[in-house]
Design a protein around this ligand. Structure first.
Ligand code: ATP
Length: 302
């Protein structure tokens, strides 16, 4: 198997004169669960539609399993399963009948049906009409459809959107186990870091169409730098005064100023400076940013 299941270089897409995906270079290793993260409107769905050959790029290249998507489109797409937004299911048919229908469309033998129902934990519900399914079950049936024909890669757009916590948990476990248990690499998008952090082996973070980070969750964590956080009144004014003294202060949340981590002497000096100017300093500590804060920093315009 090729080392990378998905590689894009300089992938771009415009809508009108707006560049929605901007020179994206993704690297998705075989055997990974790749979390493709970004806030709403970042360009995730547009990227996924290009990866699935549903939308043309306006520059750059997509290679899947080492082959050019443009040149070997059908051969490549046959090896991919997809779940984009809500699955299109027939509510009046049973789960198994929906899968049988999907087998016909995908030209996959119906013998694959029991296997995929089992993987997604719906074996005992296959004979029930889909309209009686919970949202989580429908989403798992959508995943079963994506798994028909034994794809080597599944691409999922926000697969946990709208699910309740139990549904999210089930989907998480299923996707996390895919590479090892079934030999399927997973590429999934989400706008919540907390949703993919626990299952992703690799993370790509996109904002305004541009890749802001790509690497393992451990690499993302390693970027965290401790900061000196000072709780006080009038933080905007305090930050401005500190900056005038050459300290790179920024305001944080309500009633807090943040600076790069400092040694003891500098901390004492800053505290004295603020207290002498009448600020009510009620807290000084070294703050370790959470992953959520890092995600926020990487995806918000400066
Ligand atoms: N067909 C289209 N025509 C014009 N603009 C579009 C079209 N599709 C998407 N866009 C715009 O492109 C930008 C990126 O949209 P996209 O759906 O790729 O983002 P996303 O990261 O998937 O966000 P979300 O999580 O909200 O779905 C948005 O500003 C969107 O309005």
């Amino acid at each position: 198997m090729h080392e990378m299941v998905i590689e894009t270089s300089g992938l771009s897409r415009r809508f009108g004169d707006r560049l929605v995906v901007d020179s994206l270079s993704l690297q998705v290793p075989a055997g990974s669960v790749y979390g493709f993260l970004g806030p709403n409107g970042a360009g995730k769905t547009t990227t996924i539609r290009m990866l699935l050959g549903l939308l043309r790029g306006h520059g750059g290249e997509i290679r899947i399993f080492g082959a050019s998507l443009e040149q070997q489109r059908l051969a490549v797409l046959r090896r991919i399963g997809a779940l984009v937004e809500a699955p299109s299911l027939y509510p009046h048919l049973t789960g198994a009948e929906n899968l049988r229908h999907a087998c016909l469309l995908k030209q996959t033998p119906a013998s694959d049906l029991a296997r995929v129902l089992d993987i997604v934990g719906l074996s005992s519900d296959g004979a029930r009409q889909v309209k009686t399914y919970s949202l989580g079950m429908k989403q798992r049936l959508g995943l079963a459809v994506a798994l028909l024909g034994r794809p080597e890669l599944i691409i999922l757009d926000e697969p946990t959107n709208g699910l309740d916590p139990a549904g999210i948990q089930e989907m998480r476990h299923l996707l996390r186990d895919m590479p090892v248990a079934h030999g399927v690499s997973v590429f999934l998008s989400s706008h919540l870091l907390s949703e993919v952090d626990q299952i992703a082996t690799h993370i790509g973070i996109i904002a305004a169409g541009k890749l802001q980070f790509q690497g393992s969750p451990e690499e993302l964590r390693a970027r965290r730098q401790a900061a000196l956080r000072i709780g006080l009144d009038r933080p905007e004014i305090a930050a401005e005064l500190l900056r005038q003294q050459g300290w790179p202060a920024v305001t944080r949340e309500q009633n807090a100023v943040e600076l790069p981590a400092m040694d003891r002497d500098s901390t004492v000096q800053i505290n004295r400076f603020l207290v002498e100017r009448g600020f009510a300093v009620y807290l000084i500590n070294n703050h370790q940013p959470t992953l959520e804060e890092m995600f926020f920093d990487l995806t918000q315009p400066a």
